[in-house]
Design a protein around this ligand. Sequence first.
Ligand code: DGY
Length: 329
Amino acid sequence: MKPIVYVTRRIPDQGLALVLEHCQAEVWPEETPPPRNVLLEKVRACDGLLSLLTDKVDAELMDAAPRLRVVSNMAVGFDNIDVPAATERGILVGNTPEVLTDTTADFAFALLMAAARRIGEAIDYVRAGRWKTWGPMLLMGHDVHGATLGLIGLGRIGSGVARRAQGFNMRVLYHDVVRRQDLEQQLDITYTDIDTLLAESDFVSLHTPLTPETRHIINADALRKMKPTAVLVNTARGPLVDSQALYAALRDGVIGYAALDVTDPEPIPLDHPLLTLPNCLIVPHIASASVATRGKMAELAARNLIAGLKGELLPTHLNPAALERRRAP
Ligand code: DGY
């Protein structure tokens, strides 16, 4: 008999076909995530769960699922999952690192350039019929080449952005909890404390996971330390930034621009003050959304799920210690 799994949204066929081949799967068919009560009900009989970053997988959910042996998150970030609670219960957890690194770094750079050169405003300008002539001072932005980029977080994606910055002859500063001397020469980057990074960067790009320590790492105080022309780019997690403080900083010229792939809350409500600002560009959490990469993420998530159901170490595992306590099928 095939193991029973729940897939919380339709995912690319590259992964879904594998899941359907190995499991008795039910897939939530809607565009928006399954409501909490539905998810709690659905996991009751499940051996495995293929989740997305929009699903909260906490102790309550795990306790509602006495047979659950594996949670496979189709995302590299896993702040939606209580991993220690899973480990305690012998539930294996996996995520999808590596396969999305370059696609996400591409997108962070695209946002950086779009903000620097005011692409969003320029598109709106043309569509609104305001383009009357070539203007000597029309929609002037800031140069990317030769500017200083500050990376907060130098994991895989942060390093990918640093690599792209080399092509634009940028000076790159970084801050991370772990200093990466091994990468400094290779990527031509300089480690600084966070205050120096904020003060000297023309562009600040966030690439750190969301943890209690990094929540609101960009708050009113941090924003005040940035240049008045600085651009903030966030492709990591919305709550790294204090949205109210960011709104005030953009409105009052404390910083120049923000380009956000992620927001807090997410999705951003239509009446959120950030949406009223011309110097804030917001897109709907799509940094990893290329056809090829979403296919690879789905496939890796499926492989993690299947390995966990077999009681094997997941190809990209987050809590190998859970193997020792793993639940019997
Ligand atoms: C992730 O994987 O964590 C991204 O936010 C979505 O690809």
